[in-house]
Design a protein around this ligand. Structure first.
Ligand SMILES: [Zn+2]
Length: 386
C-alpha cells in the first residue's frame, strides 16, 4: 500500500513506541549540549574487528540494539584480495571499515557483496570504493534493481548531490526532534532515558557520517548463485529465496562452514518490515540445512550453534499461526496488531529488559503482523524506500 522511507519507518516506530502521545518539551532541555555529544565505546559505533574463523573477521556494532542500526560487515581473506559482505550504513562507517580492514590485512578489498538494498548495509560503499577503486560491487539482480530504482531513489548515485543531501538531512532533523522531545519527557524510565540518550549520541555521529552521501551501484549481479572461488576460502553467494526482502543474499564459506546471513537473522530482535513470512521460513530452513558451524547475522554477534536461528524460525512460524485465524475472521489488520499475543516468544528474545521489549514490539510484532496479514489475505508485500 504506502511506500515508506526506511528512515521514516524507524522514526515512526520510535514515535509509536512512546508510552503516551504527549510530546511536551520541557524548558531547559540542553538541546545544544546533546547535539554535541558523540557516541561512547558502548553506543554502537564501529569500534573493532573480531576474528571469527581463520581468515574471517566480523565488524559489528558493540551494543545489542540500536534505533539507528548499522549492518554487520564480514571480511574474508582470499589469495588475491579480500571479499567483504556488506559495507556499513554511511560514508563515515565506510571509513571506519577501511581502517579496521587495513588493521588485519594488507590485501586490497576486491569485492563487496551487498546482502540486500537497505541503506544500513550499502551506504558505506562510497568510502570503500574510494579506498579501493577497482572493487567489484556484487548483489542479486533483485537487490540491484532496488538500489538503482525506487527503493533508493532518494540517494545520489556515484557522486554527492546537494539537493538530495539537503532532503536527507531534513529527514534526520525529524528524528533528532523526536529524540529531543522524548528525552524532555519527565516520565521516562531510567532504562528508556539511557537508551534514548545513546540513540541521540549515535544519531549525532550518523549526521556527521552521512555528509557527502552517495550510493555506489552494483557492478556484477546474479540470480541464484555466484561462486567467488579460492583455494582456501571460496565464498558462495546465494539467493536462498525471498526472506527479509525479496532479493536477499547469503554468503556461505563451505570450507570454514561459516554463513553470513544478512538480515535473515538479526539479533537480539529480528526486523519484520516488509518481509515475506512463508518464504523467510523456507529460506532460513534451507540455510540451516547447510549445517553452519558459525552463523554471522546481519546485526548482532557471531553465533556458534543453531539456537538463535531456531528461535527465529519458531518466531516466524508462531507469528504466522497467530495471524492466520485473525485474518480468516476478517479482523482488520490494526485490530490484529492489538490482539496478537507473542509474549511467550518475546520473553525468549528479550527477557524482562524493558528497553528491548519496547523495540521487539515495534520492530517485530507490529510490522511482521502486517506482513503475515498481507500474506494470509493475498495482498502483495512490497519493498519500501530507504
Ligand atoms: Zn539491516
Amino acid at each position: 500500500m504506502h511506500r515508506f522511507h526506511r528512515l521514516t519507518v524507524i522514526a515512526l516506530a520510535a514515535a509509536l513506541a512512546c508510552p503516551s502521545p504527549s510530546f511536551a518539551a520541557g524548558p531547559g532541555v540542553p538541546a545544544a549540549a546533546n547535539a554535541q555529544a558523540l557516541p561512547t565505546a558502548q553506543d554502537g559505533y564501529f569500534q573493532r574487528i573480531e576474528r571469527v574463523a581463520d581468515g574471517v573477521w566480523l565488524i559489528a556494532q558493540p551494543q545489542p540494539f540500536h534505533i539507528q542500526p548499522i549492518g554487520n560487515v564480514v571480511v574474508v581473506e582470499q589469495e588475491d584480495g579480500l571479499v567483504l559482505v556488506d559495507a556499513g550504513g554511511s560514508p563515515g562507517a565506510g571509513r571506519r571499515i577501511v581502517e579496521l580492514v587495513r588493521s588485519v590485512s594488507d590485501k586490497p578489498v576486491k569485492a563487496v557483496a551487498i546482502t540486500h538494498w537497505h541503506g544500513d548495509h550499502a551506504l558505506g560503499l562510497s568510502a570503500i570504493a574510494q579506498a579501493w577503486p577497482q572493487v567489484e560491487v556484487i548483489a542479486t539482480d533483485t537487490t540491484a534493481s532496488h538500489l538503482r530504482g525506487r527503493s533508493m531513489k532518494a540517494y545520489p548515485k556515484g557522486v554527492p548531490d546537494a539537493t538530495q543531501q539537503a532532503a536527507f538531512d531534513q529527514r534526520l532533523e525529524g528524528l533528532d526532534t523526536f529524540l529531543r522531545d522524548t528525552l524532555a519527557r519527565p516520565d521516562l524510565s531510567v532504562a528508556d532515558r539511557r537508551g534514548f540518550e545513546a540513540s541521540q549520541r549515535l544519531l549525532n555521529q550518523y549526521r556527521l557520517d552521512t555528509r557527502d552521501l552517495y550510493l555506489v551501484l552494483p557492478t556484477r549481479t546474479f540470480g541464484e548463485r555466484l561462486l567467488l572461488d579460492d583455494p582456501r576460502r571460496p565464498v558462495e553467494l546465494r539467493h536462498p529465496g525471498r526472506a527479509n526482502t525479496d532479493g536477499d543474499l547469503v554468503a556461505w564459506l563451505p570450507k570454514q562452514r561459516v554463513i553470513a546471513t544478512g538480515d535473515l537473522l538479526v539479533a537480539p530482535i529480528p526486523f519484520g518490515f516488509n518481509a515475506y513470512p512463508a518464504d523467510w521460513l523456507r529460506s532460513l530452513q534451507s540455510v540451516k540445512a547447510l549445517q553452519p558451524a558459525v552463523w554471522i547475522p546481519g546485526h548482532g554477534p557471531a553465533m556458534r550453534d543453531d539456537g538463535y536461528a531456531d528461535r527465529v524460525i519458531a518466531l516466524i512460524s508462531h507469528t504466522r499461526d497467530a495471524v492466520a485465524p485473525l485474518a480468516a475472521r476478517k479482523v482488520g489488520v490494526d485490530q490484529a496488531k492489538k490482539d496478537i499475543d507473542l509474549s511467550a516468544d518475546r520473553k525468549r528474545f528479550v527477557g524482562e529488559d524493558a528497553w528491548l521489549t519496547r523495540w521487539f514490539d515495534r520492530y517485530w510484532t507490529q510490522p511482521f503482523t502486517d506482513a503475515a496479514y498481507r500474506e494470509a489475505t493475498g495482498q502483495p508485500i512490497e519493498q519500501g524506500e530507504g
